[in-house]
Write a protein that binds this ligand. Structure first.
Ligand code: IPD
Ligand code: CA
Ligand code: CA
Length: 263
């Protein structure tokens, strides 16, 4: 595939930050047995990755604004463009030494998502898309799955952690409704990768609530450019504001929404 100059800026920034995360991930293994555990170390790794992304993207596209999970909102002189960044999506996986985490990087132009990179440094997997140019996995074109029968489908989800106990009842009702119809469920622990898995056809659909814009911005464009459908978990288009999302091919997305509505 011939990458645009913009895609080259984004992928080289993600790969440079990913090199640091991969090195730190190797160290986390050793810290599992330390009394204090790797918590503080992971926070440092997270912030280091974000700093690298901020520096590289500021060099590549001066003046663009930023919305970053750790650094917050930074206004740019170019009011039309804003980067939306999660420097380490899948922090809990990273902390526990599970190689399921990613850098999620999206570019918004006049409020529209126009470019996306999701990069897993542990597996060296790059998922990227540009608006109107299709979606790519390690330089191969990717499409959402073609399955039409929910009973054959593998559905991704987000299990709310202990600190989100007030959402457990709703989630358990949704999980029960989906388990009654889908072949099986997967909880990967990195929303950006869940979305990349749907875009690459490995998951047939995915839903989750209570996310942040930086978790899903890049993945939304990946799924759309891979021919998938994207709504919030109630069928609306509030994803970036509400942090609620439901994605899949046209038939399975519709079927999943119907099951969620029964919960
Ligand atoms: C988290 C992951 C996880 C999702 C959480 C997010 P983080 O992002 O995307 O899959 O269930 O809601 O907060 O904290 O690892 O960047
Ligand atoms: Ca995240
Ligand atoms: Ca994060």
């Amino acid at each position: 595939m011939i990458r645009s100059a913009l895609m080259n800026v984004m992928t080289s920034a993600a790969i440079k930050a990913g090199r640091g995360l991969k090195r730190d991930f190797g160290e986390v293994e050793n810290l599992q047995v330390s009394i204090k555990g790797p918590g503080d170390f992971v926070t440092i790794a997270d912030k280091k990755a974000e700093k690298t992304l901020f520096e590289e993207l500021s060099k590549g596209r001066p003046g663009y604004g930023f919305l970053m999970e750790e650094g917050g909102e930074i206004e740019g002189s170019d009011k039309s463009h804003r980067w939306i960044i999660d420097p380490l999506d899948g922090t809990t996986n990273f902390l526990h030494g599970l190689p399921v985490f990613a850098i999620s990087l999206a570019l918004e132009r006049e409020g529209q998502l126009v470019a996306a990179v999701v990069y897993n440094p542990a597996t060296d997997e790059t998922f990227l898309a540009e608006k109107g140019q299709g979606a790519w996995y390690n330089n191969h074109r990717m499409r959402v799955s073609a399955r039409r029968d929910m009973a054959e489908c593998l559905i991704g989800c987000g299990v709310p952690h202990l600190g989100k106990a007030k959402t457990h009842t709703k989630f358990k009702a949704e999980l029960s409704a989906v388990m009654a119809r889908a072949h099986n469920i997967r909880r990967m622990g990195a929303a950006a990768l869940d979305l990349a898995m749907v875009a690459s056809g490995r998951l047939d659909a995915y839903w989750e609530r209570d996310l942040a814009a930086w978790d899903i911005a890049a993945g939304i464009l990946l799924v759309k450019e891979a021919g998938g459908y994207v709504t919030d978990a109630d069928g609306g288009d509030t994803m970036m504001a509400s942090g609620s999302i439901c994605v899949g091919n046209d038939q399975i997305h519709r079927a999943l929404l119907s099951l969620l509505k029964t919960a």
